[in-house]
Design a protein around this ligand. Structure first.
Ligand code: PGA
Length: 247
């Protein structure tokens, strides 16, 4: 099986292991392309990267990055946008050239233009050397929600109710959560040289079991990762608690 599983004792260790995967790439290939993710899960990982940079262990001056997704309708100055998140959590704390970081433009109302720009950026940079992923409780990766079929290219997504409910914790109330997003497609994600999926907490345990041991099914988008040649799933004990092959 192509998926390598790393079980960590807690969120902090999971984050350190994830940061190590990125650090290895940045050190061996300074002009690497990083595929980045937002959400609560990678926050500590980004702190570790910033600490490593400060300690002189990492140099991001030649690195480039592309993010998975962005809420449609939110601009870079909106503190809930993913561009704002990336600037705050990582880009402002390391020496990456902000011109070399790409987050799809949430303020572009036209799906074709927004997604065309994301595809063009991926073409220009080439496949990510490493793609960081969180996972939704429903198995979504990026904003690829459960569906009848896999959508391969960048596209506009109508967020599912469970995703809107899960993201409501970041907003004043649920009615403020955007209902649409632009996202890389499954094919974009799968073209990365290496994929590192992180999950912490009991709520993710079922999705992790299905990702690793379920059938490959667009109703669990993360299950497609079974077909990628180089995937590392890094989980804490709670997120590992339902993995049938560990029992
Ligand atoms: P989370 O989100 O890291 O905030 O749990 C992950 C996701 O929904 O992909």
């Amino acid at each position: 099986m192509a998926i390598r599983l790393v079980v960590c004792k807690d969120y902090d260790e999971m984050s350190r292991r994830g940061a190590d995967e990125i650090a290895k790439i940045v050190q061996s290939k300074p002009e690497c392309v990083l595929g980045l993710a937002t959400g609560s899960t990678p926050c500590r990982l980004y702190e570790y990267l910033a600490e490593d940079y400060k300690a002189g262990k990492l140099d991001f001056s030649k690195a480039r990055s592309v993010n998975l997704d962005e809420y449609k309708g939110l601009g870079p100055d909106d503190d809930q946008s993913y561009r704002f998140f990336m600037n705050r959590e990582l880009f402002s704390k390391i020496n990456i050239n902000i011109e070399n970081t790409f987050v799809v433009n949430g303020l572009e109302p036209d799906e074709k233009i927004a997604c065309g720009e994301l595809e063009a950026q991926l073409d220009e940079y080439g496949p990510a050397d490493i793609q960081i992923l969180g996972i939704g409780e429903n198995g979504h990766i990026g904003f690829n929600e459960p569906a009848e079929q896999f959508t391969l290219r960048a596209h506009e997504v109508a967020l599912t109710e469970s995703t809107i409910a899960a993201n409501a914790r970041f907003f004043e109330d649920e009615s403020k959560v955007p209902t649409k997003a632009y996202s890389m497609g499954i094919g974009n994600i799968m073209s990365a040289g290496k994929i590192v999926l992180l999950a912490s907490g009991e709520k993710k345990a079922e999705a992790i079991e299905k990702t690793m041991n379920g059938i490959v099914d667009p109703k669990v988008p993360s299950s497609i990762l079974q077909l990628h040649p180089d995937v590392v799933i890094i989980v804490d004990l709670a997120a590992a608690s339902k993995i049938s092959t560990l029992k």
